[in-house]
Ligand binder design. Structure first.
Ligand code: SF4
Length: 357
């Protein structure tokens, strides 16, 4: 059995035609799945009964077997999805309501665990179990919309895993999410966040409907960045900066730099000066992210020394960067009380986690 969301449009057309049906049925099927959110082929009543049966024998629709969720005091919801094959992943729903502007964002996972081992991130401690399939990526979104009972407005690939290390499935998922036929999301409301997989940034820039790019930077000091993010040993800051410049020049979409501020490590004036120079290479903004504790996973000596920067230092950092011409914002710690904030996704607080792999 295969998930219908994992096969290409032409593969589906071949399946249909081989069985003597008209090609247009392929679009009808995917409309039923992506737009009407059928979870069973029997629900797609526009299809002949026999075709529904044949589809059910070969394909399934839904990858999520079980779902648990916790709601934060601030309205953030952390989902734990148990997948059909037994793996588990987390996704985080972040509502944001400022009068006329309302945003409903889902932070989506792209892998089960992550291979990159950033020192401030609980997901990295899990190691990489496997890449998510296209269907598993999409079903986080569909299941969240089903549970909250409304449409999401924004998607950010900032959950578990490095999306650019699951590149082919990321591209297929993006292509479906931004497909004019299904009208699920505007590409302007989708962000892919990377720790800096440089060659893939160049490739991502060239896709048909490019999306926003966020780069986890966290330091502009080569040595400190390598300590915080082992991937920085592979691709240096200059290479990352060149890739960001290429991304902007190709897509005309400004870059977002994510920057966690650590007490005494990267919260000083020297860092501001270097970061401003780095960020001004092309139109961009900096999101300052508070550091969230991850002491619910085993930490090494360096990781145990990491402390969040003081709030007055964060404010000063923001003002200094702004005064040097870089739009800078402080991101909230949405979902912190349920270990659902940035860097905290590692199955904390679930009693039944031993049943998940
Ligand atoms: S921050 Fe992202 S890339 Fe780094 S370990 Fe965590 S999930 Fe992986």
């Amino acid at each position: 059995m295969q998930c219908i969301k994992d096969i290409s449009f032409s593969e589906l057309e071949n399946f249909i035609v081989e069985r003597g049906y008209d090609k247009f049925r392929a679009k009808q099927i995917l409309h039923g799945v992506f737009v009407n959110r059928a979870t069973d082929f029997e629900q797609i009543s526009t299809l002949p009964k026999q075709l529904r049966r044949e589809l059910s024998e070969k394909f399934y629709i839904n990858n999520i077997k079980n779902c648990k969720y916790q709601t934060s005091q601030d309205g953030t919801v952390k989902f734990l999805f148990q997948l059909r094959n037994g793996s588990a992943i987390e996704s985080v729903f972040i509502p944001w309501d400022k009068g006329l502007k309302e945003r409903k964002t889902l932070c989506v996972s792209s892998q089960v665990g992550c291979a990159l081992g950033c020192s401030f991130c609980a997901t990295g401690k899990l190691g990489l179990k496997r890449n998510l399939t296209v269907g598993e990526i999409l079903d986080q979104i569909f299941e969240c919309e089903r549970i909250i009972g409304s449409k999401l407005t924004n998607i950010v690939f900032m959950g578990m895993g490095e999306p650019l290390q699951n590149f082919q499935n990321l591209l297929k998922a993006l292509s479906i999410l931004t497909d004019e036929n299904w009208k699920l999301f505007s590409r302007k409301n989708i962000t892919v966040s990377t720790s800096g997989v440089v060659p893939k940034i160049y490739e991502l820039a060239k896709i048909e409907r490019p999306v926003k790019l966020a780069i986890s930077l966290h330091s502009t000091d080569e040595e400190l960045r390598s300590q915080l993010m082992p991937i920085a040993r592979k691709w240096k800051l200059k290479e990352l900066r060149d890739a960001a410049i290429f991304y902007y020049r190709t897509t005309k979409i400004p870059i977002t730099y994510e920057f966690i501020l650590f007490d005494g490590l990267n919260d000083g004036e020297e860092e501001v000066r270097r970061l401003a120079k780095f960020a001004r290479a092309v139109p961009s903004k900096v999101n300052i992210i508070p550091f969230h504790r991850i002491d619910f996973v085993p930490l090494n000596e360096f990781e145990r020394t990491l402390r969040p920067a003081r709030f007055d230092k964060i404010l000063k950092f923001k003002e200094m960067l702004r005064s040097q011409g870089v739009p800078t914002f402080i991101r909230s710690s949405s979902g912190y009380d349920i270990n659902g904030a940035c860097g905290q996704l590692a199955f904390a607080n679930y009693e039944l986690i031993e049943n998940f792999q």
